[in-house]
Design a protein around this ligand. Structure first.
Ligand code: ACM
Ligand code: ZN
Length: 566
């Protein structure tokens, strides 16, 4: 990229002969490859043969076959897939020297040579190629009039961070399998590799667990939902039953779909707090025995799982056993955030457990806070004994935390800095940069109602995950993730509007070397990205294009507030 910038700043523009999708100075790939040199000329893609070297693995070759099919569909000219070498065409070769997510692309007028050592590298190469082609590449329809040519380039690319995540809360509002797949498609375009699926909450339990059928018979449904802003008492409730869940077959379908895109799904079962929907289903798991109802409003609930009772641990282990059967990835997220201790202070079972464990207030932590450490440690051991690792929100750092846990820093970056210094692996998802449920503009006339905050796309973009981390601890920063909580997001349109273009900005934080980041270049690339969103039919915030905020058909924030006052 440095090379393009210097060419441009020197005023030396190279022009590609004939019509083409992107001129050299307009390369609009996001995330921008870490090393790219553009030269003169272009390669005609329509009708080009596609060769996959037999040394590439089965997944890589299957992906390349799909790539050839896609080219045929969108260009309207057959791109034949072959495993015997071709003199002219697009050739995918195996190169064991390249890292597991690296790839190279060399485009000359007659030949495109792609090299990778894994299916992941092959996938990323095709995403890069796709972004150099007309936006119609991402559609379902034939567009023979588009300029199906690639600029002559030489790319040598690999990601900065190995963990590139995006979270979706399907509990506050439920999103069906089709929308989850769209979310995954967008993640794949941006070369992300981990989908963090927040599946349990106070407001709804979303995953079928065979041993506990009431979790979805009862826990997946609430009788009412808060209207308007959380603190706006006058706005009231809608008194309408709301909910949904994924069957285990649907979960398997999503996991398989993600896997094909090179994305691992990391499930989150948030415990011991954020468990009201489970308590409504099985009240005996709480300190008081209930009754409880699936929570109709937002904020933090004081009702949490009772760690004084053995059956609570039986429940957790049974649930996680089914979860681990469904999700093959190495990480199981056990949440751990926002767990009030007021019930534990009064509960005879919890107090007995505290006495048995000999917990006393120490080092600024109450015995009840240490009881949460006990829960984390016990669940961690169970997960580790099954060959997996836990991830938890940064609250799990308070007090003792056993080796091998990964901490997700969400209350700013301080938890992440502390965790890395203590030798824990860290995923940076600070609310200060990565909470994309926050407002992205200040346009109260047009923004749909949100949870609050203010996080424009350029703030997400400038996140520097190593800031404040001593050099020797930087190896613990596995990567970066943005989180999309959905208290105020009840439609697919609004979900996508919150996501884009901030997910694109996130992808450059995750992928691009520090020296390769440039917000002005990113902003210029957004016109092409927006054209891709249009082809995909997804909503996005257009402010970065100089257009107004808001979603067509939505009233703005003030209107939302006015509605809540009625
Ligand atoms: C969180 O936002 N409570 C992790
Ligand atoms: Zn209790």
């Amino acid at each position: 990229m440095k090379k393009i910038i210097s060419l441009l700043s020197a005023g030396i523009l190279l022009f590609i002969a004939g019509s083409c999708a992107q001129k050299p100075g307009e390369i609009s790939i996001v995330p921008m490859p870490n090393d790219i040199t553009v030269s003169e000329g272009s390669f005609k893609v329509a009708g080009a043969k596609v060769y996959a070297a037999p040394e590439l693995d089965k997944d890589a070759r299957a992906w390349i076959m799909d790539f050839a099919t896609r080219l045929t569909t969108v260009t309207g000219k057959a791109s034949k897939y072959s495993e015997t070498p071709v003199k002219k065409g697009i050739c995918f070769l195996s190169d064991s020297e390249l890292g597991p997510e690296a790839y190279t692309i060399d485009v000359s007028k007659k030949l495109v040579v792609v090299k990778a050592s894994t299916a992941a590298g092959v996938r990323y190469a095709t995403q890069t190629i796709g972004q150099m082609l007309p936006p119609a590449y991402f559609g379902k329809d034939r567009d023979p009039k588009a300029a199906w040519v690639l600029p002559c380039v030489s790319i040598n690319d690999a990601p900065r961070f190995g963990y590139r995540g995006l979270m979706l809360d399907v509990c506050r509002h439920f999103f069906d399998v089709e929308e989850v797949k769209r979310y995954l498609d967008l993640m794949a375009i941006y070369k992300m590799n981990t989908f963090h699926w927040h599946l349990s909450e106070d407001q709804g339990w979303r995953i079928e667990i065979k041993k506990y059928p009431r979790l979805t018979e009862v826990g997946a449904w609430r009788d009412s939902t808060k209207i308007g802003a959380h603190r706006d008492a006058k706005a009231g409730y809608d008194h309408t039953r709301y909910g949904g869940f994924y069957t285990q077959d649907q979960i398997r379908e999503v996991v398989a779909y993600a896997e094909k895109l090179g994305i691992t799904v990391m499930p989150e079962i948030d415990l011991p707090g954020h468990m009201v929907a489970a308590l409504a289903s099985y009240p005996e798991l709480g300190c008081t025995g209930g009754p409880y109802s699936v929570r109709p409003t937002w904020g933090i609930a004081t009702e949490v799982l009772c760690p004084g009772k053995e059956k609570t641990f039986q429940f957790i282990e049974d649930v996680l056993t089914e979860v681990m059967d469904l999700f093959p990835g190495k990480y199981i997220d056990i949440g751990g955030d926002e767990c009030p201790k007021v019930e534990w202070e009064k509960c005879p079972d919890c107090q007995r457990r505290i006495r048995q464990l000999g917990l006393r207030d120490k080092e600024g932590l109450t015995a009840e806070q240490q009881l949460q450490n006990y829960v984390t440690a016990r669940v961690q051991k169970f997960v580790n004994d099954h060959g997996r690792k836990i991830v938890g929100w940064d609250e799990i750092l308070e007090g003792d935390l056993a080796e091998g846990a990964t901490v997700m820093s969400w209350r700013g970056v301080k938890g992440g800095i502390q965790a890395a210094k203590r030798g824990f692996d860290v995923i940076m998802s600070p609310n200060t940069y990565m909470y994309i449920d926050y407002y992205q503009t200040k346009d109260k006339e047009r923004e749909p109602l949100c949870i609050g905050g203010y996080l424009p796309v350029d703030t997400t973009y400038v996140c520097e995950p190593y800031k404040g981390i001593p050099e020797e601890a930087q190896k613990h920063i596995l990567g970066v993730q943005a989180n999309l909580w959905t208290e105020y997001i009840s439609t697919n349109d609004h979900l996508e509007y919150q996501l884009l273009p901030r997910a694109a900005a996130l992808s450059e934080v995750q992928w691009c070397d520090r020296s390769n980041k440039d917000f002005e270049r990113f902003k210029a690339a957004m016109r092409h990205q927006a054209a891709i969103y249009d082809v995909l039919g997804v909503k996005y915030c257009k402010v970065i294009l100089g257009e107004p905020a808001g979603i067509e058909g939505y009233e703005g924030l003030l209107a939302n507030y006015r509605d809540t006052q009625k």
